[in-house]
Design a protein around this ligand. Structure first.
Ligand code: SF4
Length: 245
């Protein structure tokens, strides 16, 4: 009995002396593969959609800003039917700033949420006219000060109108595809944007959004995506991927 007790005590002592197990860091290969896969997806989408660009018709930063505000809860196609007459009637920020709100509402009615949008466009253009000499500001900080402008709209204007990569545009397509392609597990656009900014180099940010939006419209649609026609099918592990016959 005494011998057994001594053996147990010795075993316990040996266990205590064992060095603590080291945490094994992820292998450099595993880490690299995440970025490599992201780069492969980017390249394939770039080859598949060489003309990917912003689908909102515009000829200057102000028109793009107004069109982007109008595109909330609407489609680019619908916005493009409204804007030719709108930009003709209101060619400058001052013109929008002085617009009769009822007339403005009538002109943008078919884009939906027209009352809020009319108020935002008028107020944003009043600030642009009064504080920025009629020119759309070129910084994220100043854009976010404008009524009706959140990060998505600011990223569109900075990226498309000024070529400034301050972040990644996360619209409904980018949100859905980022999750399907496992670029992000987040739900909120601001968190998804952070994940995309971490995964892709800055010089990819502007085009990345265009490519994902194009792919989201062409193949990776919300319900029953067209996986058999997808250029990145072999790199996609989405749970709702459609079976390939
Ligand atoms: S395989 Fe299907 S789900 Fe995956 S990216 Fe392509 S279209 Fe989307």
């Amino acid at each position: 009995m005494a011998r057994r007790k001594a053996a147990v005590a010795a075993a316990a002592s040996r266990e205590l002396k064992k060095p603590a197990k080291k945490r094994v860091p992820p292998s450099p290969g595993a880490k690299k593969s995440k970025y490599l896969r992201a780069e492969q997806i980017f390249s394939r989408l770039q080859a598949a959609y060489p003309d990917a660009k912003c689908a909102l018709d515009h000829t200057n930063p102000l028109q793009l800003l107004v069109a982007t505000i109008l595109s909330a809860q609407s489609t680019d196609k619908m916005v493009n039917t409204i804007t030719p007459a709108l930009f003709k009637k209101y060619p400058t920020a001052e013109a929008f700033a002085n617009a009769d709100i009822t007339e403005l509402e009538t002109m943008i009615h078919s884009s939906g949420f027209f009352r809020n949008k009319a108020r935002s466009i008028k107020a944003a253009c009043q600030a642009i006219a009064a504080e920025h000499a009629g020119k759309v500001p070129e910084t994220m900080e100043a854009l976010l000060e404008l009524q009706g402008v959140a990060r998505k709209t600011a990223n569109v204007v900075l990226g498309v109108a000024f070529g400034i990569a301050e972040g990644v545009v996360v619209d409904t397509h980018v949100q859905r595809l980022s999750r399907r392609l496992d670029f992000s597990k987040e739900e909120r656009p601001d968190k998804i944007e952070q994940d995309l900014m971490q995964l892709f180099p800055r010089d990819r940010w502007i085009l990345l959004a265009h490519l994902l939006i194009h792919h989201g419209r062409a193949k990776c649609i919300a319900i029953r995506p067209k996986c058999a026609e997808c250029p990145i099918e072999d790199l996609c592990y989405a749970e709702d991927k459609q079976p390939i016959k």
